[in-house]
Design a binder for this molecule. Structure first.
Ligand SMILES: Cc1cc2nc3c(=O)[nH]c(=O)nc-3n(C[C@H](O)[C@H](O)[C@H](O)COP(=O)(O)O)c2cc1C
Length: 373
């Protein structure tokens, strides 16, 4: 009789699960490669059309009922390229396959996926807790057929992973510095950020040395002292400052740069841009208070971009508004300049004591956020 899993022993079920998973990936157009010798918990490797590889570990579970079942992956074997394929063999039923990636663990709120950090010396593990009450959730979110498409369209998964991975880091490892090449990339991300009418009203101070950080410390005292340790321990701090004097000299400098970069190809385009810019700025400046608010808004676009980029590069970060801007401006010598500090971001690598690292995200549901018109 078909699907009588009880006729197979444990090893046979495991082999069945592994081959089934291989064939399913093949059916979806992936190339499948098996390891000759494996001691790293990888059963096979798949490659999608974009030539992107993923390691696959198959977990086969047989159940006659789903009262409770548990399987896990130890932390040292679970890197971000690993996908867990769970095969559930239910007696007299077709096998069901599910796929999980590491970032799923930080999203789950149902208890299906748990990170188990044991008090004794046992290695922490990523657990899958299968119970009848969670079956619907399991099927809705992790079924092979739906997840496998995100592996095919790696680009979507990559950006989603980065967004899910990012969180406000509350404690950094004090002794781990971000490589210069990575910092350069983050600087480029800031540089490439879009702004209204390409105004780019920002200047960013970078602080990584103790001397540089000392300049910031007076601004994170008193009501802001909860941010002091982050400044001390983070590898690098970016201080985003906004220019609120958008005058003729500023606009000419901007235009000259655009011409030099070859963005404005002829005089007609120049006139068009200048016309649009002047009209737009006139409306922004109608209320003088509005200009300050407008330039600051542009900085937050750069902030958002750099936070997401850092996460994609496996760098942790925290945006920081909790500081005394007047003190920081004085410390940075901005008092007589058109610039003022608006927001900071600290970058580095989270420490083991960071309570926020394993907290689930809490966000309003998409039904609350979006309305389709
Ligand atoms: C503009 C901005 C300013 C923030 N300021 C601080 C801050 O001063 N100190 C801090 O610890 N977290 C700060 N946060 C972190 C937020 O509290 C955090 O992003 C939010 O609670 C959501 O959590 P998550 O980032 O971990 O998803 C700030 C976040 C943003 C976007």
């Amino acid at each position: 009789m078909k699907f009588e899993w009880s006729k197979l022993n444990r090893q046979q079920k495991g082999t069945y699960g592994e081959y089934l998973a291989k064939m399913e990936f093949t059916m979806y157009g992936f190339s499948v490669f098996s390891a000759e010798v494996d001691d790293r918990g990888i059963d096979f490797v798949i490659r999608n059309d974009e030539k992107e590889h993923f390691d696959i570990q198959v977990k086969t579970i047989s159940k006659t009922n789903y009262t409770y079942n548990y399987t896990y992956i130890v932390e040292s074997k679970f890197d971000r390229k690993l996908i867990v394929c769970l095969v559930i063999l239910e007696e007299k039923k077709e096998p069901n396959l599910y796929l999980f990636k590491k970032s799923d663990w930080s999203q789950d709120k149902t208890g299906l996926l748990t990170y188990n950090n044991y008090k004794n010396s046992k290695e922490p593990e990523y657990g899958i807790n299968i119970a009848k009450k969670r079956l619907k959730y399991l099927k809705n979110n992790f079924s092979f057929d739906s997840v496998v498409n995100t592996l095919k369209k790696r680009k979507n998964m990559f950006i989603l992973d980065a967004a899910q991975r990012r969180y406000a880091t509350k404690a950094f490892k004090p002794d781990q510095k971000i490589p210069d090449a990575d910092i350069k990339v983050l600087q480029t991300i800031v540089q490439l950020s879009p702004s209204s009418i390409n105004i780019q009203p920002w200047h960013v101070f970078l602080a990584s040395s103790d001397t540089a950080k000392k300049k910031i410390l007076p601004a994170v005292q008193g009501p802001y002292d909860f941010n002091e340790q982050k400044i001390l321990d983070a590898s690098h701090i970016m201080i985003f400052c906004a220019c609120s004097e958008i005058n003729d000299a500023y606009l000419e400098k901007l235009l000259a740069k655009e011409k030099a970069d070859g963005r404005l190809i002829d005089e007609k385009t120049v006139q068009l841009i200048v016309g649009v810019r002047n009209a737009f700025l006139a409306s922004v400046k109608k209320d003088p208070k509005n200009l300050k608010c407008w330039v600051e808004k542009q900085l937050y676009i750069a902030l958002g971009n750099v936070l997401l980029a850092a996460s994609a590069m496996q760098i942790d970060s925290v945006p920081i508004e909790g500081f005394d801007a007047a003190i920081l401006d004085e410390q940075l010598g901005l008092d007589d300049s058109p610039y003022h500090s608006v927001v900071m971001a600290a970058f580095g690598y989270h420490s083991d004591t960071d309570f926020n690292a394993n907290l689930v995200k809490s966000r309003f549901d998409q039904e609350d956020i979006f309305t389709e018109l």
